[in-house]
Design a protein around this ligand. Structure first.
Ligand SMILES: Cc1cc2nc3c(=O)[nH]c(=O)nc-3n(C[C@H](O)[C@H](O)[C@H](O)COP(=O)(O)OP(=O)(O)OC[C@H]3O[C@@H](n4cnc5c(N)ncnc54)[C@H](O)[C@@H]3O)c2cc1C
Length: 443
């Protein structure tokens, strides 16, 4: 069915531009960080301010037209076909209240802008592994931060959300105003309402002791076993992950990493004692590259060194309840030095600490000890084999989970229920039914 859009009417309602596929700027505006995903909406609204977002939502709702929102496209999992895509990438305002230790952002802000603004006051936000990711999309998915063990899921630090629902009602929700909807948005929020602004807590962190210890792939078993023994001894000040990296032999890739398997322990410690806490891991095997230092929080991206250039990728995630001997053997068989693994990254992030909150919250670790995710690059010659390779990893570790996985690590799944407890998933489904009975919102 072809949707007849009243372009002129929509343009009349917004200050920003309304771009259709004939416009040379359309492709750039609709593009996503994940270049494997091609969005083909009927129009893109390049919102110039929050009022544009509200107007576009009202217009889509009145005309019963499909609606999607994009800030960066880091979370783009499948292409949008038809309807309206609201692009928030210009709405990058950030203001920090140092006395209250809070930040208020526009819908398109990225973590980099918040990190820099907060650092001027010795404060830090609960960003994830890449500061290029959008604040709102990440937080609506729960937000598993670099400092998650110390301060919890990002969604649990949200104080209020400015939203517009599909009935066109724009308002602020918080624990005091519409607590049920606010709570559901903070961790399950994609597809419930469009967020036009968000206020959240910052934390007094000016620097972390962190970075990565890199080991040769042949030491994978020794490092993984040391990691498994070490992780449960850590205090909440310590945050860690173990990563199997198969970097391409390509220009710009450090020679120590290029074209082979290396194993990385990512580490970020708040306050004193970081060096002492990491010592057992340094002794696990000969260290190939020691990239750990006292880092100003503005350099927190050095903990994970995620790619910052758009690329075509597919991800999938699972949870692990433990890293016992059976799980270790399964992980090594799937991603270790003897595995024929074509995935450049298999990442095992330590949960627990302040994330070990109860299942009643929308963002929850569900009793998992680790969140695992696998990333494949959808480029020749392996592109066709990537979905199968990710499925193989997820199936291989499934016996060692409990069916749950944090939302942002789930990847492209038609069923997102593993992100929530059954009770929360039911409440989310009921809220979606009530707020979007015509299923206009892309999910
Ligand atoms: C390199 C990389 C590193 C990552 N690291 C982490 C990590 O450490 N921890 C973690 O938890 N996650 C991480 N993620 C996952 C990331 O948080 C999600 O992909 C998230 O959805 C990205 O949000 P975005 O706004 O940047 O992306 P977008 O693709 O722009 O948005 C993602 C989705 O969020 C929703 N959305 C965006 N803006 C709005 C809005 N204003 N109102 C309503 N809905 C909206 C839409 O449904 C949209 O489809 C990482 C992803 C990548 C690619």
């Amino acid at each position: 069915m072809t949707i007849q859009l009243e372009f002129i009417t929509l343009q009349d309602l917004v200050r920003g531009e309304v771009l259709d596929p004939r416009d040379p700027r359309y492709a750039e505006e609709a593009s996503a960080f994940n270049t494997a995903v091609a969005h083909r909406p009927d129009v893109v609204v390049a919102a110039a301010d929050a009022a544009d977002v509200v107007a576009a939502v009202r217009w889509a709702s009145l005309n019963s037209v499909k609606l999607a929102v994009q800030a960066t496209g880091h979370g783009a999992e499948r292409g949008i076909a038809g309807g309206v895509l609201v692009s928030t990438k210009r709405l990058r305002s950030v203001s920090v209240d140092p006395a209250a230790r809070t930040a208020t952002v526009g819908a398109g802000a990225r973590w980099r802008e918040v990190i820099d603004a907060a650092a001027e006051h010795g404060l830090a936000p609960l960003n994830g592994s890449s500061s290029d990711v959008g604040v709102v999309g990440y937080t609506l998915g729960g937000g598993l931060p670099v400092l998650g063990r110390t301060y919890g899921f990002a969604a649990d630090s949200v104080l209020s959300l400015d939203i517009v629902t599909l009935d066109g009602d724009a308002r602020t929700v918080s624990p005091a105003h519409e607590p049920e909807l606010f709570g559901l948005l903070c961790g399950g929020g994609q597809g419930l309402a469009v967020v036009t602004g968000m206020t959240f807590r910052l934390y007094p962190v000016a620097l972390v002791h962190g970075g990565a210890l890199v080991f040769e792939g042949r030491h994978a078993e020794a490092v993984l076993r040391a990691f498994a023994a070490w992780a449960p001894t850590l205090t909440d000040a310590a945050n860690a992950a173990l990563r199997f990296l198969r970097a391409p032999d390509a220009p710009g890739v450090p020679p120590e990493l290029a074209g082979r398997l290396t194993v990385h322990v990512a580490f970020a410690h708040v306050g004193r004692g970081g060096e002492r806490a990491l010592a057992p891991l340094r002794a696990a095997a000969p260290v190939l590259l020691d990239l750990v230092a006292d880092l100003p929080y503005t350099e927190v991206d050095r903990v994970y060194s995620d790619p910052d250039q758009p690329m075509p990728f597919l991800t999938g995630g699972a949870g692990l309840v433990d890293l016992d001997d059976r799980t270790i053997r399964a992980v090594l068989a799937l991603a270790g030095p003897d595995a024929e693994c074509l995935l450049p990254l298999v990442d095992i992030r330590l949960l627990g600490g302040a994330m070990a909150s109860d299942d009643a919250r929308t963002a929850s670790a569900h009793g998992l000890a680790y969140a695992m995710h696998a990333v494949g690059v959808l480029a020749p010659p392996v592109a066709d084999a990537v979905p199968g390779a990710i499925a193989e990893v997820l199936a291989g570790v499934a016996p060692f989970g409990n069916g749950h996985c944090p939302r942002n690590f789930l990847g492209d799944r038609s069923d997102l229920r593993p992100a929530w407890s059954a009770e929360v998933a039911d409440r989310l489904a009921a809220a979606r039914e009530e707020l979007d009975p015509a299923c206009l919102f892309a999910r």
